[in-house]
Design a protein. Structure first.
Lengths: 89, 235
């Protein structure tokens, strides 16, 4: 069950990126997982949701792109939105 | 206020970049020292510890070797391995199903790694999780035993893909189990056509001559690379 550790690494990376963009919050983080990465996507999704729950990052969506015959375990992109805009609407 | 309310940025980073950073540091240190580091991965009960015991027993005299052995709980494996006179350290992960680079680095602390020719790292018994974590090793070695299924390479393709060498262990039991060895080898090669395979038995010692040759050749290459590097870039 190392997906918990992988999920945590993703959240740490999200927080590091967010620190560079004051006034923004994270909406979606996308990762690329290869068939040979040794990571189960369903389990990762489950662990990710469990970790995010109750934190300042919630709600945060995890998008997983599955790559056959690949060893990738990479971050892909982060979608952010403006915190103020969200409040004023 | 003219900032867009929505922004998408690309992140060119590995998910486990922190682990990879430490692994790279380890690889550099082991490279400088000319130490061949091997990461042994296999299911619980595949015979990883027995394989290392038999290996230590048969190493040429005065080989400078050391073992790090990972388990979730207990020091049992370290106690078994210490009988052969080489330095052994147990990494108890306390529930974690794999070793990561930081655990390895922490446990190498204080060891005279400089003079080491061989570092054996026995990972936690698990075919999945250890696959994702680079430990700074030169090669992953997957241990599969004939009391398991011959379809293991297909079920756990990640480790068979990343391992340079497959040890097909417990072959002395072949007459007593329905395991089809050739099918297991075929399955491994289907996932990883270049994988090297050595059949071994820790009970009879079969295959260990070949394995020790493999080991000696790799260790020699690593030593030569370190000396080359030192000659071209003196410290």
């Amino acid at each position: 069950m190392h997906e918990m550790g992988v999920a945590n690494s993703i959240l740490v990376a999200v927080q590091q990126e967010l620190d560079l963009y004051p006034g923004r919050r994270a909406a979606k983080i996308a990762v690329r997982i290869g068939e040979y990465a040794g990571v189960d996507p369903d389990s990762l999704q489950f662990c990710f949701e469990a970790l995010v729950k109750g934190t300042d990052l919630e709600p945060l969506e995890l998008a997983i792109e599955w790559l056959p015959a690949s060893e990738a375990l990479d971050l892909a992109y982060l979608e952010m939105e403006d915190v103020e805009t969200e409040v004023s609407v | 206020m003219n900032q867009p309310a929505y922004q998408k940025i690309d992140i060119e980073k590995k998910v486990l970049s922190e682990n990879d950073r430490i692994a790279a540091r380890l690889r550099e240190a082991l490279g400088d020292a000319g130490t061949l580091a091997l990461n042994f991965i296999g299911s619980p009960g595949a015979g990883k510890t027995a394989f290392l015991e038999r290996t230590l027993e048969r190493l040429p005299m005065h080989t400078r070797a050391a073992v790090l052995t990972g388990d979730i709980q207990t020091e049992n494996d370290a106690i078994r391995l210490q009988r052969y006179g080489y330095p052994v350290r147990q990494i108890t992960t306390g529930g974690c199903c794999h070793l990561d680079a930081r655990m390895v680095e922490n446990h190498l602390d204080g060891w005279p790694a400089k003079g080491l020719e061989l570092l054996f790292i026995e990972n936690v018994g698990n075919l999945v999780c250890p696959t994702s974590y680079d430990l700074g090793e030169d090669a992953k070695v997957v241990v599969l035993s004939v009391t398991e299924g011959e379809d293991k390479p297909l079920k756990y393709p990640g480790i068979f893909r990343k391992a340079e060498l497959m040890i097909l262990n417990k072959i002395d039991l072949l007459p007593h189990v329905p395991f089809k060895a050739e099918l297991a080898r075929e399955n491994a090669r289907r996932i990883h056509p270049e994988i090297e395979i050595i059949d071994t038995s820790c009970t009879t010692g079969a295959g260990f001559d070949r394995w020790l040759q493999w080991l000696a050749a790799r260790a020699e290459r690593k030593r030569a690379e370190a000396m080359m590097a030192l000659a071209t870039h003196p410290v």
